[in-house]
Design a protein around this ligand. Structure first.
Ligand code: IVH
Length: 665
């Protein structure tokens, strides 16, 4: 159970139990192992740090193992830690450095010659994922250091997602019916592992550094090492304090238990470190954590309240989400009435009953979720919920794909909740941005039978709008004006507005840019769709299916007739046809951004694709190209070209003809 939860936490970024429950399970296992040492297995979770290693990244060894911290929720155990340290240091004077425990994902940076050389995740503690290119996109991590820094050193810290970036990201994901991240920590580690570094740049990640491995740089104290790192331009927290005794440590804890609620990022406790590096060396390490530091964890704010009912919401893609309706309860300053239960699996895991007293937490202190059930308060008449087998809105039997946690209503074209959800998505700010058209208006238009699809909106006139409750001349005119001006919304947003499953803003943009108009997009095979950066088989399958449904094609042709944009605007300047008919895969970093490089290829008549296939004309390799892509090129005999060579091929460079040059490979 601990192993599975460890995987859900570190690899999937979607834990199903709270940190407190996880820590309690770990503690139980530690106690059992103490009592029965003969049963301790070598790979026990008590002896290993959780692993975040994921596919798709190169793993590299850590110079010094990346360990975890012993943690506790009890002040008396912090007192025990202080007593143990005093005893072990046998009269040597020392101080404590108290710091915030930042709730993100651990990172290890290596600077060489004053430049960021490598960034590794914790991984399994021995080797981590190389996320250097992604880390370069994090705004407060300097590429170059200033002052007099050591030539080659490591510094460790945490990558965080501040609350505002987290909220914006989740709002976007919910709008696109993607599962939101449970908390900023999961969002940070998920974002750090994105395959496209350009996308990482948009996630608003942030870094704070808190540990220079003792052998890495010669300083007397941890405090001095961090001060020096700050002078080199590295991001170091201002919230650390030197404490002389347990009394001062407690003051620090009490202060931050309250003040942390006003910080712009998540913290889950404080870390107490012995400050003097000689003392740290004397104390050393256990297999899993240093003996010179300990974490005191704050309990996530929780409330316990009766579960009145579970309702089931159907989203625009047909996904059915169970929602807990609660007796209103105060939590971190707001009244919580509803909380998500995510999906049927989560309900089963919680073994929840209607009438139970349930624990509500704000995931990362933002989104309320049910984290547990107080079974001791369960009444005999508590009712086991039955996840519906048919759509709560239209009665169609629900279905679920093999690897999906969620159930779906397959009645895409007839389910009122889905139709209304799609219309709402269509008029949304990031889609067609129709003003004055929120949930209530969509509901009114649908209920009166005035609009049952996006195209129907463009048939509306003032007379019909004025029949609706609460509509006045002015509001009707504004609404119609907004519809009229939506005719100039660019193709990529129209494509996003259609609400094709898995096609978010970024994918819509990439598809629009690649295929340029709806007819080419509709004519593309699944394989051709997969040539677009970041489009895998799931997205490609979904787009293909959507554009092969007669009902969708009819809706698109109606929207076309209404004058909506279904062709990319003439922004993609054409410079030459030097690359006409060529499919170019790019990999690595270039002197210009990857996006600009793709534009350049397109401007010369070529197509940029993301994966190497027999149809690839050549691989354009920048610095640090993907080893997998290189290997595949070698296997398929596909030429690999440097940026320099590529630039020479384009007209206006040194006049060489592309065809001539390519045949050299
Ligand atoms: S020191 C040898 N200081 O918490 C371990 N860790 O639960 C050195 N963390 O692995 C770590 N804030 O990812 C340290 N101020 C802080 C921290 C901190 C957050 C993380 C770190 C660590 C984990 C342990």
């Amino acid at each position: 159970m601990l192993r599975e939860n460890s995987r859900l936490y570190y690899v999937e970024n979607s834990p199903v139990i709270s940190d407190f429950e996880f820590d309690a399970l770990m503690r139980e296992l530690e106690d059992l192992e103490k009592e029965w040492p003969e049963f301790v297995v070598a790979d026990s979770p008590t002896r290993k740090v959780g692993s975040d290693i994921s596919k798709g990244f190169v793993q590299r060894p850590h110079r010094y193992p990346m360990l975890s911290l012993g943690n506790t929720y009890s002040i008396s155990e912090i007192e025990d830690f202080a007593v143990r340290a005093e005893k072990a240091l046998d009269g040597v004077a020392f101080t404590y450095c108290c710091e915030l425990k930042f709730d993100g994902t651990a990172i290890c940076l290596n600077y060489r010659g004053g430049r960021l050389y490598q960034a590794l995740t914790r991984g399994d503690g021995v080797q981590g994922d190389d996320v250097t290119e992604n880390v370069r996109r994090i705004a407060n991590i300097p590429e170059r250091l200033k002052g007099s820094f050591p030539d080659d050193f490591e510094i460790r810290g945490e990558i965080l997602m501040p609350y505002d970036a987290f909220e914006a990201l989740n709002a976007e994901r919910e709008e696109q019916e993607e599962a939101p991240f449970a908390n900023p920590r999961n969002a940070a580690s998920g974002s750090l592992k994105l395959v496209d570094p350009a996308e990482v740049a948009h996630r608003g990640l942030w870094c704070t550094l808190y540990h220079v491995p003792a052998d890495s740089v010669a300083f007397d104290s941890h405090w001095d090492a961090l001060d020096a790192a700050r002078s080199w331009g590295l991001p170091i927290s201002d919230e650390r304090r030197i404490c002389r005794d347990i009394g001062e440590i407690k003051e620090y804890i009490d202060y931050w238990d309250v003040q942390r609620k006003f910080l712009p990022f998540a913290t889950d406790g404080i870390v107490i470190k012995i400050n003097e590096l000689a003392c740290q060396r004397a104390l050393g390490y256990t297999a899993k954590s240093p003996r010179w530091a300990v974490a005191f964890k704050f309990k996530a704010e929780q409330a316990c309240t009766p579960l009145r009912e579970i309702s089931y919401q159907v989203g625009r893609t047909g996904a059915v989400t169970p929602v807990a309706n609660l007796d209103p309860v105060q939590l971190s300053g707001t009244v919580v009435r509803r909380a998500t239960l995510n999906n049927a699996d989560q309900m089963a895991l919680l073994d929840i009953r209607v009438g139970d007293w349930v624990y509500v937490e704000k995931g990362g202190e933002i989104i309320p979720k049910i984290t547990g059930v107080d079974k001791s308060r369960r009444l005999p008449d508590a009712r086991r919920p039955v996840f519906p087998s048919v759509c709560p809105d239209c009665g169609t039997p629900l279905s679920r794909e093999a690897d999906e946690a969620r159930w779906f209503c397959p009645n895409q074209d007839g389910c009122p909740m889905q139709i209304k959800g799609r219309m709402l998505h269509f008029v949304g700010r990031k889609a067609m941005n129709i003003l004055g058209c929120g949930e209530a208006v969509v509901e009114q238009l649908f209920a009166k039978g005035f609009a049952k699809s996006a195209a129907d909106l463009y048939d509306l006139d003032k007379y019909r709008l004025l029949c609706l409750d609460g509509w006045k001349e002015k509001s009707a005119q504004n609404f119609l004006d907004s519809l009229a001006s939506s005719r100039s919304v660019p193709f990529e947003r129209v494509l996003f507005a259609l609400g094709i499953r898995y096609v978010g803003e970024t994918t819509a943009k990439a598809l629009a840019r690649h295929f340029e108009d709806i007819d080419s997009l509709a004519g593309a095979s699944v394989e051709q769709l997969m040539e677009v950066g970041d489009v895998g088989d799931v997205i490609a399958g979904s787009v293909y299916e959507y554009l092969h449904s007669p009902a969708h094609l009819q809706e698109i042709s109606r929207l076309k007739e209404k004058g909506l944009q279904f062709r990319i605007a003439g922004s993609g300047q054409s410079l030459s046809d030097a690359l006409a008919g060529r499919t170019v895969v790019i990999s690595g970093n270039f002197s210009i951004s990857r996006e600009k490089m793709k534009d350049l290829i397109a401007a010369h008549g070529g197509k940029a694709a993301s994966s190497v296939s027999p149809r690839t004309s050549f691989l354009l390799a920048g610095t640090k190209p993907g080893p997998e892509k290189l290997r595949k090129c070698e296997q398929l005999g596909i030429p690999v070209m440097s940026e320099e060579a590529f630039m020479k091929l384009l007209p206006g460079a040194d006049g060489k003809e592309i065809v001539e040059e390519l045949s050299l490979f």
